[in-house]
Design a protein around this ligand. Sequence first.
Ligand code: PA5
Length: 447
Amino acid sequence: MKENINVSLKGLPGFVPLEEIIALSRLSLRHLEAINSRTGAGNDFLGWVSLPEEMHLQTDQIMKIARHIRNVSDTTVVVGIGGSYLGARAVIEALSHSFPLLSASKNHQILYAGHNLCEDYLSELLEVLDHRNYSIVVISKSGTTTEPAIAFRLLKDHLEAKYGKSVAADRIIAITDSTKGALRSLSELNGYETFSIPDDIGGRYSVLTPVGLLPIAIAGIDIKAIMEGAISIAALTRDNKNHENNPALLYAAARNLILQTGRSIEIMVNYHSKFHYLSEWWKQLYGESEGKDGKGLFPASVDLTTDLHSMGQYIQEGQRIMFETVVSVKSSEKKVIIPLEKEDSDQLNFLAGKRISEVNANAETGTFLAHTDGKVPVIAISVPKIDEFYLGQLIYFFEIACAISGYILDVNPFDQPGVEAYKKNMFALLNKPGYEEAGKKLRERLK
Ligand code: PA5
């Protein structure tokens, strides 16, 4: 049996008593029960709970389409934003070469679009695609989100101009609502291959659907192993008999109790550069799920040791308003030994012969001690290694812990009403039909 990811509360005594964490995790069993029986707030968006067991019905079809895309092209542009993009990127970046475009292994390249409105980015992407043999996976549940819709317009035109309409149609896969929305109608009109996003799964809980799994499979990653990881942690985290050994209950309880000590910022920390996008995905999951009704921890992130030379100063000695959740990887995939230098000009010969990971592990322990001394509580989530299985565990673990945590806070973790505010203003300022009056008012305010 494989080891599971593990939540350690060793960095919390002195900040929050362990008995309180255990007591709140026991009390939170009712929230877990509400998730399992799909009776809590936002219960029409709890379809993700049983995805690990259900997705095997679709993995073969996802892998078949991924094979087709890998056969006809060497690059795929994944078009999407928020929950329709971050999960796939988190897994792909964690499991891919750090220099995908330059490495000798020439794996299928994944590029991203539709996650910003940056004109230079899109222009340069199209420039690069002039010379690539590419396909597109366009992902939007609503089918109307502005950023991906604009990017898809541009990319579809580019692809059709490059290969002609019918070849382009064979290279476009759409992942969207099963019946409605602009992307669904366009796909039907043009005969694109499609996958559906179930009605009862919101964007940020959709990594383990085709939304995440198709781009991940196109990148050459084993999606069945991801689902095995998710299945294994689902069994543990949905278990409502043993709260003391349920990592999701412990994490949800601990972070809420730390919030009650006045620390309102949770910093996701990694010591592995491949986890940068895991933190980006986590920020979206927790920020959109909990930041409402004037409540919630502000999710932030740092990449260490890089940011010890920037944010490290603030974390050590700035306002005491934060705590850290460290995703700690036990073993490194590759081996690099520090060389001996005759002159020892940098006086680092005491490290000669050691692995970089040994130095990194000591930087991690040293930082843990320094930050807890500096009154920054630390929750540690240890991961045996970075592979498909443990990425599957991490995703499901963070999702179910987020749902429990949202219920502890007494918010609906599955809606995002606040996201509409900027969209309304943007449409009004751009004179979208129907928004003329609102536009006038906003322009008055800006005078
Ligand atoms: O979590 C969410 O629901 C959001 O982040 C959405 O995924 C994001 O806004 C993209 O929406 P859509 O898939 O409808 O284009």
